[in-house]
Structures are given as C-alpha cells and as structure tokens.
Write a protein that binds this ligand. Structure first.
Ligand SMILES: Nc1nc2c(ncn2[C@@H]2O[C@H](COP(=O)(O)OP(=O)(O)O)[C@@H](O)[C@H]2O)c(=O)[nH]1
Ligand SMILES: [Mg+2]
Length: 238
C-alpha cells in the first residue's frame, strides 16, 4: 500500500454474514474515492462460510483482506484485532462498519470528508438527516434508554454513542491503547468512544440512514444489551 495517496482501511467484523458480505464488499470497492482503499474483514471462523466467500474475493483483488480468528469469539476482540492490523497496514483513516447491510457504503465519502475536520467521525442515526431502521417499539425504547444512560455516564455530548459506523484518524487508535481495552463483545464500541472522549479528541457526527440487516440474524439480544451496559462500570477510568 505504498504511494502518496491517503490510505483508508474499512474494517468489518463478521460472524455469519454469508448472505451479506459479498455484495457489501463489492459495493465498497466500487466507490469513486480519491483515496487508496483496502477492506479488512475480521471473521470469527463463521460456520456459515463467510470466511470462504471473503477468501475468494481476496484472491481476485489484493485490496481485499481476510483475517480469520479462531480463538475466543467476540465482536470486541475481533474489532480490536482488526484495528491493530489496520494500523500495521499503515492506514491514515480507519472506518469500522457492520457486515450485515445496515451500514451503507454510500456514507463512506461523507465520513472521510468530515474526518478532515475532526479526529473521530460517527455515522449518526440521531441527528438531523439521520434515521434508525423501522424496528418494534420495545427495541427502539431499549435503545433510547441505553443511549441516554451512556451519554450521562460518560458525560459526552455525542448523540449516537452506540453507532458502529465510524471513521478514526490513525492517531486516535494509536493513543487510546488498544492493548488495554477490556471489552470482549459489543461494548467495545462504547469503550473506545469513552477513551477517545477522555483524551479530548474532536468527535463529530454525520447523518446516516441505518437499514435493517439484509439477511441472517442479529447477535444482539436483550441479555447482550444489559451485559454491554454493565460493562461500562468496568471500563478503566484512569
Ligand atoms: N468477528 C465477529 N463479528 C461479530 C461478532 N458478533 C457480531 N459480529 C459482527 O458485528 C456486526 C454487528 O453485529 P449484529 O449482530 O448485526 O448486531 P446489531 O447490528 O447490533 O444487531 C456484524 O457485522 C456482525 O457480523 C463476533 O462474535 N465476532
Ligand atoms: Mg446489525
């Protein structure tokens, strides 16, 4: 990945996304961008064959990479390893996004554009122009409570604290200390935001319309949501 252009790595953690990943990766690779783009899929050895699909795509295009994890599974562990690898790929900007079709590649240019003016840009469902998927009332209510709880707990002005569609300047991931993160699961999204906020990085939001996942099932149950919130008590506040 040599050259003068800005290097962007799109990091996608996956578990059982065989029905979604190929279309997503192809759409990302066809974006008209000035930057040098690489896609890194971090798959936890999904039983549905997600890894095999990505390996096939990677064989066709050197800008597509697969990192297969076979140790302990988890959205958090996968994301942390993916960020580490992204840094070693010399990325200037690292974008994380879900592999289920909820996060649309068409917002990547807007995230990158805004990243010229701030350190961490969040794709936000909660600002003007943003929208969440049409979900059942109880699910939206849970999200509403969780989000506001986290905003109070962290004392943070960011609205969409739980968004996993975000663009980091390299320096953010270098300074937050990936090795010290304790999240195994989805709480990693909150833990990284908390650290970036406490290190006084400039955090801004750009609107995104979040779609319902295309195929397959969410791994987020009410139990995971509660576990995620409880994890915030364990984050190191040093
Ligand atoms: N590598 C890895 N990815 C995961 C794991 N759990 C979830 N993901 C991925 O993280 C993203 C978000 O997960 P999802 O189940 O859609 O959660 P939701 O969007 O909050 O309902 C998707 O791309 C998942 O495939 C995991 O244990 N390991
Ligand atoms: Mg999802």
């Amino acid at each position: 990945m040599a050259g003068q252009k800005t290097e962007v790595v799109i990091m996608i953690p996956t578990y059982n996304e065989a029905g979604n990943i190929e279309a997503l990766v192809r759409e990302i690779m066809s974006l008209p961008l000035e930057h040098d783009l690489a896609v890194l899929v971090v798959d936890d050895d999904s039983p549905d064959g997600t890894g095999e699909i990505v390996a096939r795509l990677a064989a066709e295009d050197a800008r597509i990479r697969l990192l297969t994890r076979t140790e302990k599974r988890g959205r958090g562990l996968a994301g942390i390893e993916g960020f580490r690898q992204s840094l070693s790929l010399r990325a200037d900007y690292i974008i994380e996004m879900d592999g289920d079709g909820s996060h649309q590649p068409r917002y990547i240019p807007a995230l990158l554009e805004q990243a010229g003016r701030s350190d961490l840009v969040i794709g936000s469902r909660c600002i003007q122009g943003g929208k969440d998927a049409d979900r059942p009332f109880y699910r939206r209510f849970m999200t509403f409570l969780a989000r506001n709880y986290v905003r109070c707990r962290f004392g943070i002005g960011v609205r969409d604290v739980s968004s996993g569609f975000r663009c980091f300047r390299r320096a953010v991931l270098e300074k937050i200390g990936l090795d010290g993160l304790i999240s195994v699961g989805p709480s990693v999204v909150l833990e990284i935001l908390d650290r970036a906020h406490r290190l006084n990085f400039r955090i801004t939001e750009v609107p995104i319309v979040f779609l319902e996942r295309k195929q397959g099932q969410t791994k987020l149950t009410v139990r995971t949501l509660v576990q995620t919130l409880l994890m915030t008590f364990k984050f190191k506040r040093a």
